[in-house]
Write a protein that binds this ligand. Sequence first.
Ligand code: THU
Length: 159
Amino acid sequence: MENFEIITKIRIYKESDYPDSKKELLNRAKITALNAYAPYSNYYVGAAVLLEDGTIITGNNQENAAYPSGLCAERTALFYANANYPDKAVKAIAIAAYNKGGYSKDVCTPCGSCRQVLVEVENRYSLPIEIIMYGEGQIYEVDSIRDLLPLSFGKDSMG
Ligand code: THU
């Protein structure tokens, strides 16, 4: 029997120390969260996707009375980006959530389905996607979705 360890390194910034050069993407995620359609959960998520040419695409969660018909903010933004800019690689995504009258203090991390889609997008463009996760006052960053979804299933898994 053998063991191996999987180590995830997460950069943690205080919001006050966050580099100016990255604030625009984060702010776009925060603002976009306010336009989410989330009457059932009241959890308003925004995502901002940075493409390789500097274009920023935003999206937010879109809920539905028939719950599974809704979609998360990350996939709304990623699918729009891939639909309209299929030749532009995705470099980064920022995610923020607003609920109970303020931005969530808990860092907003992508759900399992969004992680799987992020793996697909990384594979599609052969470029790691930086994931920027916001909670009020703090920011978590990882350099690739592989840090959040190790041993993932992707196109190479099928031989
Ligand atoms: N949600 C997102 O938009 N992104 C996530 O990564 C987590 C969850 C949405 C889905 C649903 O509309 C609401 O947040 C509560 O789960």
